[in-house]
Design a protein around this ligand. Structure first.
Ligand SMILES: Cc1cc2nc3c(=O)[nH]c(=O)nc-3n(C[C@H](O)[C@H](O)[C@H](O)COP(=O)(O)O)c2cc1C
Length: 184
């Protein structure tokens, strides 16, 4: 099962990137091949630019379209979704009726330095996904609160209890993708 993942932070030393890397590593044991689609080179969305293909957007679309599901690894910004990832989703949704996101099953996880661990951002993503008429994974939730204390000095998620929670989440996700994943 192939999962295309987007990370909503471009920061060096990002806790969300560390979380995604842990998911990539540990997903393999659950039969999940998690492949990151990079959004760093996406410009700010401007409908004037839609006519000419943007290589970074085209490459991310290619990865997502070959995946059974999409995994958003999202920080929380001001109690909602971060602009950088919303900008990417806006690009990936265009032009109108582009097949990249429509019907594509979605799961969301995230890390934050706050004690709610991105739960409000995750709810906002779920609400947004109604537009894409796609299944959204609800069988388990994964938040990483107080991330600064759980990522080690090498920038890795190494806290045993958190990794066990992540394994349980990925196992439930794998079961769901096997049932609802879209055909490649
Ligand atoms: C503009 C901005 C808004 C933020 N808003 C929230 C928030 O609403 N909730 C929260 O838990 N953390 C918030 N934070 C703190 C982030 O959780 C923290 O910066 C985290 O490290 C971001 O993820 P990253 O490490 O992957 O970049 C905010 C940070 C920024 C820069």
């Amino acid at each position: 099962m192939r999962i295309a993942a987007l990370c909503g932070s471009l920061r060096t030393g990002s806790y969300n990137q560390a979380l995604l890397e842990a998911a990539i590593e540990r997903g393999a044991a659950q039969g999940l091949e998690i492949v990151q689609a990079q959004i760093r080179e996406f410009p700010l969305f401007n409908q004037d630019l839609e006519a000419d293909p943007i290589p970074a957007v085209a490459e991310a679309k290619r990865i997502i379209q070959s995946a059974d599901a999409i995994l958003l690894v999202s920080p929380e910004a001001n109690y909602s979704v971060p602009g950088v990832l919303k900008n990417a989703v806006d690009w990936l949704s265009r032009p109108f009726r582009d097949p990249t996101l429509i019907g594509r099953p979605m799961a969301v996880i995230g890390a934050s330095t706050g004690y709610m661990g991105t739960i409000r951002a995750q709810l906002a993503w779920r609400q947004m996904w109604h537009f894409f008429n796609a299944p959204v994974f609800s069988g388990a939730e994964f938040v990483l609160p107080m991330a600064a204390s759980l990522i080690d000095e090498d920038g890795r998620l190494s806290d045993t209890a958190t990794l066990e929670r992540l394994d349980a989440y990925l196992a439930a996700l794998a079961e769901w993708v096997a049932r609802y994943g879209s055909p490649s």
